[in-house]
Design a protein around this ligand. Structure first.
Ligand SMILES: Nc1ncnc2c1ncn2[C@@H]1O[C@H](COP(=O)(O)OP(=O)(O)OP(=O)(O)O)[C@@H](O)[C@H]1O
Length: 257
């Protein structure tokens, strides 16, 4: 059997906000093409770990990081890996849908315009990218006649799907999602979950969720964190049915706040 391929990897990762240590000795390997869920009580470091993979944490002033973070086998901090290039490979969807206040069409081609020399982007290339991205997220039929509508006027569920769609023209390897359903109702949540399942295999998904039923429904693997440490990383079924650490059992049985 061949070795599993890892899209993301950390080695002895530590992170401090000022003097507060938010991540301690984190060693994780996120498998290519699967959905991996990050779970754990509030404040345990899920979002911090997620944000390490596209270097968003560095926006927050006094942050110190030690250890290694690898994306597709390459050390993210190698001098020849640019932030722009990294963000091309690793896209992110946030808690609240945050499309730009421009048209649906322009939202989707925004990344392409940023990353591709203008001369290489014909109208046909852009049109095809828009159609393909909207088809991938199941929005084409709904929006094909409304491509020039302002994206912020769409329903929340459509906005969140659009936020995923706008990553796709850049052909990302990894999509990070930080509680992507927290602003959505039950139907919206189901739609995003179904979308992730339909895209499974094509992208590597790493999702932070507070919703354990959601983690159970959609993820292949689960990482349970507590106070900045990874306590257990296992196949989702195993983690929920036979957790190997008593602290994982306590959490999934609701004994933590
Ligand atoms: N920008 C920041 N500056 C200082 N401390 C921060 C910052 N962001 C997060 N923290 C702290 O780091 C710890 C981990 O936070 P993080 O948001 O990663 O946890 P989380 O597990 O995602 O929590 P939640 O589930 O509530 O979103 C918390 O104690 C939090 O207060």
């Amino acid at each position: 059997m061949s070795e599993p391929v890892y899209s993301l990897e950390t080695r002895n990762l530590n992170l401090w906000y000022g003097r507060f240590q938010a991540l301690t000795d984190v060693n994780v390997r996120i498998r290519h093409g699967l959905i991996t869920a990050l779970i754990g009580p509030s404040g345990c470091g899920k979002t911090t770990l997620l944000r390490c993979f596209n270097r968003i944490n560095e926006r927050y002033g006094d942050v110190t990081i030690t250890g290694e973070i690898r994306v597709q086998g390459r050390n993210m901090y190698d001098p020849d890996v640019s932030l722009v290039e990294l963000r091309r490979h690793v896209g992110m969807v946030f808690q609240r849908p945050n499309p730009l206040p421009i048209s649906v069409y322009e939202n989707i081609v925004f990344g392409l315009r940023l990353h591709t020399p203008r001369a290489e982007l014909s109208r046909q290339i852009l049109d095809e990218a828009v159609e393909q991205a909207l088809r991938e997220v199941g929005l084409w039929d709904d929006l094909k006649d409304r491509l020039h509508q302002r994206a912020t006027e769409l329903q929340l569920e459509q906005q969140q799907k659009l936020c995923l769609a706008r990553l796709l023209p850049l052909k990302p390897e990894v999509i990070l999602l930080d509680e992507p359903c927290s602003a959505l109702d039950v139907d919206g949540t189901r739609a995003i979950e179904e979308l992730m399942l339909s895209l499974r295999g094509r992208y590597t998904f790493l999702i932070v969720t507070h919703n354990m039923s959601q983690a159970r429904r959609i993820s292949d693997e689960c990482i349970f964190m507590l106070m900045g440490r990874v306590i257990e990383h296992a196949r989702t079924e195993d983690l929920f049915l036979k957790p190997s650490d008593p602290r994982t059992a306590d959490y999934i049985e609701g004994r933590y706040g």
